[in-house]
Design a protein around this ligand. Structure first.
Ligand code: ADP
Ligand code: MG
Length: 478
């Protein structure tokens, strides 16, 4: 005999089907239930939908945390496999999972991959026409999707709020969660809408957040901004022992760069430049030297970017010369070197870009060519980025102060004579041995010389020249 609640549930189901003409999501969920009414295990989902035999470090703890109904925070380096940490529980929980993600291109790639794997997923962002958006919303409330990627700007729109109130949301998962922190390198004010959105839901879902870049400060900010409740926290090691780190400060960068790339001719690598014109110049230079190089930056057409990215991905071209526009969502495992022709604006950015080397676990090199001019370029970009954001004057001042501190930490990395790996791990708050034996500094010997007197003489010369002329002159003239 049916219990009262089962009868009510059955009636509700009939109403639902009558209204929408489809079965509710809780039944779509059956999809993941095996014959005898038993849910698939997370291992079975991992194997069946993603094709992997075992979880990587940290993944299982995060999946378990979510499945037990706890909020979670996963901090793992790029490429560690954060997506599976929310995708697998999304499939095993009864309702729908919303994933907040900052980049349209990333959403698209992930949704395509999920659908190919036989998982019903969609995205809602500004790349859809009004008609497509309405269709997707309708499908959403009809329970046709298990995982839906949403741009943060959409969350508080009337139509989305209404749709969200009509469905059962099991989890809201925040990818690239550092975007919520104005201390982070990619602050997106629209991420602040997430908390209000969650508060307006009829029932609070599980919240999970993931990021690759989190200093202690940003971590704490993610916890407070998202109002995570007693979360399961997993931070996997940031150390990448197979990466060799080095900084060089050549007088002229071009010949040094060509020599570095020529010595690595048969290997796949990325050369990062700060500007689009830098990319053009360096790519031409390498091509003239007979190196199969291609280029990527935001000034190229969509088709050319795609073509060049594919050429690199499939090893038709071995070297990619690019601005920082290249790399998010790129999954190429055999990159054996990443050379920075210019210094990035922060260690977060540097570690993320350099970290694209050696994903296959083979020895790989991360070399940074530092020049004092890079500091001015970085400052220029920081200034520009600040102008485009929708911030109050106080917020802006605060963001600028943080940016300046981050830049300083980056410059310190370029100048330190101590272990470079240690410097990076310190920055990310991770304990380490005093030396690593696998970085430019651990492998060189430094001799300390007292040059106080020479420095004083140079400074006094600067001062006197300025006094005589009434203005400062450059180092060359001096
Ligand atoms: P992240 O978001 O942490 O940068 P992704 O989620 O994009 O990383 O995953 C990076 C790559 O690792 C993807 O190709 C993914 O399929 C793969 N991957 C994830 N988990 C596993 C696993 N358990 N075993 C093997 N490969 C995995
Ligand atoms: Mg990711």
């Amino acid at each position: 005999m049916k219990t009262a609640s089962a009868r009510i549930a059955a009636n509700k189901r009939q109403d639902f089907i009558k209204e929408y003409g489809v079965v509710p999501i809780s039944e779509l969920h059956r999809f993941f239930i095996k014959k005898k009414g038993v849910l698939m295990t997370k291992e079975e989902v991992l194997k069946k939908y993603f094709g992997y035999d075992s979880f990587r470090a940290g993944q299982e703890t995060l999946v378990n945390g979510i499945l037990s109904g706890r909020d979670t925070l996963g901090i793992m380096p790029t490429g560690a496999g954060k997506s599976l940490c929310y995708q697998i529980p999304a499939l095993l929980m009864p309702g729908i999972t919303l994933v907040i993600s900052p980049l349209i291109s990333l959403m698209k790639d992930q949704v395509t991959a999920l659908n190919q794997a036989g998982i019903h997923a969609a995205y809602l962002n500004s790349s859809l026409t009004q008609g497509q958006y309405q269709t997707a919303l309708r499908n959403l409330i009809q329970g046709r999707y298990k995982i839906v990627y949403v741009a943060p700007e959409r969350l508080l729109t009337e139509s989305f709020l209404w749709a969200a109130s009509q469905i059962e949301i099991s989890m809201v998962s925040v990818d690239e969660a550092h975007c919520i922190s104005q201390w982070g390198q990619d602050f997106r004010p629209s991420y602040r809408k997430i908390t209000e959105f969650v508060a307006r839901l009829p029932r609070r879902p599980v919240l999970s957040a993931f990021t690759a870049t989190a200093t202690a400060e940003v971590q704490a900010d993610i916890l407070t901004q998202l109002e995570l409740r007693d979360p399961v926290k997993v931070m996997t090691g940031f150390n990448r022992p197979n990466l060799y780190f080095a900084v060089q400060q050549p007088k002229r960068k071009q010949p040094v760069l060509t020599a570095l790339v020529e010595a690595r001719r048969d290997r796949s690598g990325i050369v990062y430049c700060a500007t689009r014109s830098g990319v053009e110049k360096i790519c031409d230079l390498l091509c003239q030297r007979g190196i199969p190089a291609t280029r990527y930056h935001a000034g190229l057409s969509e088709e050319e970017r795609q073509r060049n990215q594919d050429d690199f991905q499939f090893d038709r071209k071995t070297v990619m010369v690019a601005t920082n526009a290249f790399g998010m969502g790129i999954d190429k495992s055999n990159v054996s070197f990443v050379i920075h022709y210019n210094m990035p604006k922060s260690l977060e950015a540097y570690y993320q870009e350099a970290g694209r080397a050696g994903r296959d676990g083979e020895a790989a090199e991360c070399i940074l060519l530092y020049g004092p001019g890079d500091v001015a370029t970085a400052q220029f970009f920081l200034q520009q980025a600040g102008e485009n954001e929708d911030l109050s004057p106080e917020e802006r001042a605060e963001v600028q102060a943080r940016d300046a501190r981050r830049l300083e930490a980056m410059v310190n990395y370029c100048k330190t004579t101590h272990c470079l790996r240690g410097h990076l791990l310190d920055y990310f708050g991770q304990a380490h041995d005093p030396t690593c034996g696998n970085c430019g500094n651990c492998r060189s010997q430094f001799v300390q010389v007292d040059i106080t007197r020479q420095a004083q003489m140079i400074l006094s010369c600067v001062k006197r020249v300025q006094g005589k002329l009434g203005y400062y002159v450059g180092a060359d003239l001096l």
